[in-house]
Design a protein around this ligand. Structure first.
Ligand code: GLN
Ligand code: ZN
Length: 761
């Protein structure tokens, strides 16, 4: 190391990559659809990055290396894996198409698995490491990124996921005997090479993110992860030719890892000191202050990067006071989990808009903390007003709702009678062997999207919009009948999104116009915001469900999103605990179940795809989470008639760890994602499940159409673990992101595969 640029006083862990107008999403999708070529795509991505740097500078991140540079087109884990040669074969460069094939699959290969990034709703691509895999550094793209920024006048800080986290989140490739973490020395060597290339390019700071160190993972305990970090970073920091290392530990508090990292003394270290993390680990600030030595620039992640609330700046300034003089300020986690800016919202109630801080507002808060209240009067003033007016607002308190929740029994609740008796009652439904069904949504056609957009803009009146939706529902029912599916769905055409739809109909939520957040790849969602007590002014789904049921002699499922998922995919309040909002949402949904039953709906699905994602990263906090989550789900179904068959659905995650909790939901039928991981979860399933189960046999995250034999093999694999009387056949998830040209043949194959396997029983 020759030059030494000091670390900037104000920075952020990361910034949304999709762009304020979702530019990256549009470019990706145009490229995938063949509407633009690779060069046009790259130039769109380039413009977005350069515009972002300029914007960040304007917001106050003007110092050299204050701006983190995210190189990912699709995902930061995938991008890092490619950079250190953990994926993509031996080639010196991986082309765009090869990269996208890893993420999305193509005609020749299935995509890599995708799963939740820590306890967020962001999904990363899970690298698969083969025993024979060697790791060759591919610094080309990251060096180019730095140069591109330099040309535009910005000295940015390249970002990579660190080696421990990269391997902790990877899985062994099929047939591999070695655990990815056993490969740490080889992978570390590749990082050392990438860092040398960056140093040669004149880069003086690199960011390595190690969130794995704040979690208790199944692959390694907290202490083991700390030991891995010790090994990897002694190598990295011991290398001669490298930039200064900025190590970051977002998403929670370090335990064993704190002393390990402090002793390793990287040139800079970020810790998550958000109020949220301080609540879970009250002594963290003091431990950090005591542990981190003078050789390391401490960076306090004070501004919560994952909530949408304006920070209580006075309180955070007090926390900063407890830390060594010269401590820099950052966000607790990457801002990729929040929308770009409140300024893009024109329809939020005025009082409410002032309570929020999205990415750009949070950057102003970071900067304000570094300069203090005298120099940042306006930002501190806004924060003070937010704290004051929100606490006093009527919007947040609804006495009736609070009384109703208070009248509920404490602790766990249980639907009566127990499953065995309900199962007998539900035999009256007369379903065939290995019943086929889908998870709810059907492809969202252009006509439906256009109709929705026109309706929103007032160009299509309510009646015409309802007609368009009814026509769509009729088409979807007709298609399912032709395909020979057994339990039908209405297709969810009326729902822009499975959470937003309910949030718009419930009191206590607000929704945004432009609050897009990346979920995976090019997919973005607009999470609603829980601002106060939640209640249901009127029935939300009965009209559509009854209409759909009227069109068929087969059962059509009523379709609800469960309380845990509604909460997980919304931004929660920070003035009450999540369990309070969960009970309130559950009661609203329980009323909906009653209305559906009264309307003659016999099968009701309550989706809980997010159950796993809210699981606390720390072991010690898990039992109490699962307790309130299970309670909330059970409250929804509590009063359902024994004849009413309650389904639930889970996806997007490894459920092995929470399989007992999934069983404890006490649904009559559980459909669960399993195709992409090749039915791995069924191994955990033996014994814990006594109810019916539908492990997904069609991976809907990929445009690939699975063949009859492929599906039949998955059904046969499932039969190794689940008796035929309890097995359902269904896709991994809803079909809304797919097109009819894939969905029709895939479902036809699914029904045919079922018929074939039934013939073997
Ligand atoms: N019923 C929803 C759908 O089919 C479930 C989606 C999900 O699990 N993510 O779209
Ligand atoms: Zn799903």
């Amino acid at each position: 190391m020759t030059e030494h640029t000091t670390f900037p006083q104000a920075t952020i862990e990361g910034y949304p990559r999709v762009g304020p107008q979702r530019e990256l999403k549009k470019a990706l999708e145009s490229y995938w659809a063949g509407r633009i070529d690779a060069q046009t795509f790259e130039s769109a991505a380039h413009s977005l990055r350069v515009d972002t740097y300029a914007r960040l500078k304007e917001l106050g991140l003007g110092a050299d290396y204050a701006i983190p540079a995210d190189v990912a087109y699709y995902d930061q884990v995938l991008e890092t894996a490619l950079t250190v040669g953990a994926l993509g074969g031996d080639a010196a460069e991986v082309s765009l198409d090869e990269e996208f094939a890893l993420a999305r699959g193509n005609a020749d290969r299935a995509p890599l698995e995708m799963t939740k990034w820590f306890d967020t709703n962001y999904h990363y691509i899970v690298p698969e490491i083969a025993d024979g895999q060697s790791f060759t550094a591919r610094p080309g793209r990251i060096v180019k990124l730095v140069e591109e920024a330099q040309e535009a006048g910005h000295t940015v800080r390249p970002y990579l996921v660190g080696p421990v986290t990269l391997l902790a989140l990877s899985k062994p490739a099929e047939g591999a005997n070695r655990q990815p973490l056993e490969r740490l020395p080889e992978v570390t060597a590749a990082y050392v090479e990438v860092l040398a290339a960056l140093a040669d390019a004149g880069v003086d700071w690199i960011q390595l993110a190690e969130p794995a160190l704040v979690a208790d993972l199944t692959v390694a305990s907290d202490a083991e992860l700390a030991e891995h970090a010790q090994r990897a970073y002694s190598e990295i920091l011991g290398a001669e030719n490298r930039p200064q290392v900025y190590l970051t530990t977002p998403y929670g508090s370090l335990q064993k890892g704190l002393d390990t990292l402090a002793d390793l003394a990287p040139e800079a270290l970020q810790v998550d000191l958000s109020t949220r993390t301080q609540k879970h680990d009250a002594g963290y600030v003091d431990r950090v202050a005591a542990a981190v030595g003078e050789k390391t620039q401490l960076v306090a992640g004070l501004i919560d990067g994952r909530n949408v609330w304006a920070a209580d700046l006075r309180r955070l300034a007090e926390t900063l006071e407890k830390l060594p003089a010269g401590t820099a300020v950052s966000t607790s986690v990457s801002l990729q989990h929040v929308p770009h800016t409140v300024e893009a919202e024109s329809k939020l109630p005025h009082d409410v808009a002032n309570w929020f801080s999205f990415a750009d507002e949070k950057i102003r808060e970071v900067v304000a903390l570094t300069v203090g209240p005298d120099k940042a009067e306006d930002v501190f003033g806004r924060a003070d007003r937010a704290v004051r007016t929100r606490g006093a607002s009527e919007r947040t308190h609804n006495q009736q709702v609070q009384d109703r929740v208070a009248a509920l029994p404490d602790g766990q609740v249980k639907r009566e009678p127990a499953f065995a008796e309900r199962h007998r009652a539900q035999e009256a439904l007369g379903l065939p062997q290995l019943p086929t069904t889908t998870i709810g949504s059907f492809p969202q056609t252009t006509e439906i999207r256009t109709a929705r957009a026109k309706h929103r803009k007032g160009q299509l009146d309510d009646a015409a919009y309802t007609d368009a939706l009814k026509k769509e529902i009729a088409d979807v029912i007709g298609l399912q009948e032709r395909l020979g599916l057994d339990v039908l769905v209405h297709g969810e055409a009326e729902r822009n999104d499975m959470v937003q739809y309910f949030a718009e109909l419930l009191e206590g939520f607000v929704t945004t116009e432009n609050g897009w957040v990346q979920s995976y790849g090019s997919r973005c969602t607009r999470p609603p915001i829980v601002v106060g007590d939640v209640s249901r002014p009127a029935a939300m789904t009965t009209e559509w469900s009854t209409y759909a049921q009227s069109l068929s002699d087969k059962y059509v499922k009523g379709m609800l999103t469960g309380p845990v998922t509604i909460l997980a995919w919304s931004f929660p309040r920070d003035d009450v605990s999540r369990s309070v909002s969960a009970d309130q949402i559950a009661l609203a949904l329980a009323d909906e179940v009653r209305d559906l039953e009264e309307a003659g709906i016999k099968i009701i699905q309550i989706d809980e795809p997010a159950l796993r994602e809210l699981l606390p990263l720390r072991e010690a906090e898990r039992a109490s989470y699962l307790d309130w989550a299970i309670r909330a789900f059970r409250l929804v179904a509590l009063k359902a008639q024994p004849e009413t068959q309650i389904h639930t659905h889970l996806c997007y995650s490894e459920f092995g760890q929470v399989i007992d909790a999934v069983a404890a939901l006490d649904a009559d039928v559980t459909s669960i994602e399993a195709a992409r991981s090749r039915m791995e979860l069924l191994v955990d399933l033996d014994d814990s499940f006594t109810s019916d189960i539908g492990p997904g046999v069609y991976d809907i995250h990929s445009p690939r159409v699975p063949g009859v034999e492929e599906v039949a093999d998955l059904i046969r694999a499932a039969l190794q673990h689940v008796p035929a009387e309890r097995l359902w056949v269904n896709p991994d998830c809803g079909l809304k992101t797919r097109g009819y040209k894939e969905v029709e043949p895939a479902l036809r194959n699914l029904v045919q595969a079922r018929d074939e396997v039934v013939g073997e029983l």
